[in-house]
Write a protein that binds this ligand. Structure first.
Ligand code: NAD
Ligand code: MG
Length: 394
């Protein structure tokens, strides 16, 4: 990344939860960053407002139909996937913030890394599905990958440049989501509205459901494995309902570092933009040890949240299993949100999809990953048609 001066930032998925938080962070640091480009799938009105407020030159509407339906696209606007990919390669862009949701984020990450950009990555699904490809693109393109996900930002901060071989364990914290403490039986009838009501974070719909099933934490275990090259046996998850400790790293001498703070995505976003530097950015809520006590910890309840185990197992199996897990989970979440699938049956559908694929090592081409993604989507669609809206275990 270019050293001094104002860094030009492209925000992919600017109208989402992470995208909006990124703009709030950048607004406070106009001396360091300029919003060079914005993208959204369909939210044209919000894009217009943002373009005006930040005087942005380039805007991409990724959904081609939405773009075609615009009467007269304003100057600097483009539409469709190719426009998105050429944007991340734009020589004028220094940093790409990937705040897209789902597998659609994979190619932009790969293209940005191949073009030598810093990628501030929120889009964990792409890292799970295409971990090997992303590592290859990092090596060949000379780009940089810095996590936005709060747990992985915490790990980066705890590592503080320490050598990998001095790390003995990663401890990812999980809030436990809106259904923490509930029994498997009591989760049969929960609605999308119940699941979207997260206790400590306000986020987009997909990650909110993933937090309710703990699929999000499985995605994060795989994300940590890809980012930090730590074997699965040494990545653990602990439920920590206050979301004050964002994750911990244990070193070989037994010392454990934790990164703490009141839950806000603005800190990991800012850190991903400035790493390894820290900018003066006083928090809205100062950390208060007494008021945030007690900090408590619990084990994951595998019985109530089986998708967590399904996802971690897919990670351990390796090969295309993480891509299949991710795609199957995306389809299951969409079906749950549309009330075509009950909460517990998401794990059944995704578990069966993962059972269909083999494991092993080796690397895969983008086409092979896309094929696995497509096959998993078709599998879950067909599964829902066969087994659909029946209640769990019925
Ligand atoms: P969101 O749904 O609020 O926003 C998604 C953005 O992507 C929107 O701008 C939307 O227009 C765009 N988009 C949607 N589908 C697209 C497609 N097919 N092609 C191109 N653009 C598309 O999501 P979010 O909550 O901001 O999450 C974004 C990513 O960040 C996810 O991968 C999520 O797991 C991760 N993440 C989010 C949070 C959080 O606090 N929200 C925290 C950690 C990680
Ligand atoms: Mg997270």
């Amino acid at each position: 990344m270019s050293g001094e001066g104002v860094r030009r930032v492209a925000i992919l998925g600017a109208t989402g939860s992470v995208g909006e938080s990124t703009l709030r962070v950048m607004e406070r640091h106009g001396e360091r960053f300029r919003v060079h480009a914005l993208t959204a799938h369909r939210s044209v009105d919000r894009l217009r407002e943002m373009q005006g407020a930040f005087q942005v030159e380039h805007v991409v509407v990724t959904d081609p139909e939405t773009f075609r339906s615009l009467d007269a696209p304003p100057a600097g606007w483009a539409g469709g996937r190719e426009a998105l990919l050429s944007l991340v390669r734009d020589p004028e862009v220094d940093v790409v913030v990937n705040a897209l949701v789902g597998f659609a984020g994979l190619e932009p990450t790969l293209e940005a890394l191949k073009a030598g950009k810093r990628v501030a990555l929120a889009n964990k699904e792409s890292l799970v599905a295409g971990g090997g490809l992303i590592r290859e693109a990092l090596e060949s393109g000379g780009g940089e990958l810095v996590p936005v996900d709060s747990e992985h930002s915490a790990i980066l901060q705890c590592m503080n440049g320490t050598e990998r071989k001095a790390v003995s364990r990663l401890l990812l914290t999980a809030s436990g989501g809106p259904f923490r403490g509930r029994s498997a039986d009591s989760l049969r009838g929960v609605t999308p509205a119940d699941a979207l009501d997260h206790p400590t974070w306000s986020m987009g719909a997909k990650i909110s459901i993933d937090s309710a099933t703990l699929a999000n934490k499985a995605l994060e275990v795989i994300e940590a494995h890809v980012l930090y090259d730590i074997p699965y046996e040494r990545i653990e998850v602990v439920v920590h309902p206050q979301s004050v400790i964002h994750s911990m790293v244990e070193f070989v001498d037994g010392s454990v570092m934790a990164q703490m703070g009141f839950p806000t995505m603005e800190l990991p976003i800012l850190y991903a933009l400035t790493f390894p530097e820290r900018l003066d950015d006083p928090p809205l809520r100062t950390f208060d040890a007494v008021r945030s006590s007690p900090l408590t910890f619990e084990a994951v309840d595998h019985d109530a949240f089986p998708l967590f185990g399904v996802g971690v197992e897919a990670g351990r199996r390796g090969a295309l299993a993480p891509a299949v897990f991710n795609a199957a989970n995306e389809v299951a979440v969409a079906a749950f949100l549309e009330e075509r699938l009950t909460f517990p049956r998401m794990a059944d559908a995704v578990g069966e999809a993962v059972e269909q694929v083999g494991g092993g090592g080796g690397t895969f081409t983008l086409d092979e990953v896309m094929e696995a993604d497509g096959a998993a989507r078709r599998f879950v669609d067909a599964w829902i048609t066969r087994n659909g809206a029946k209640s769990a275990g019925a």
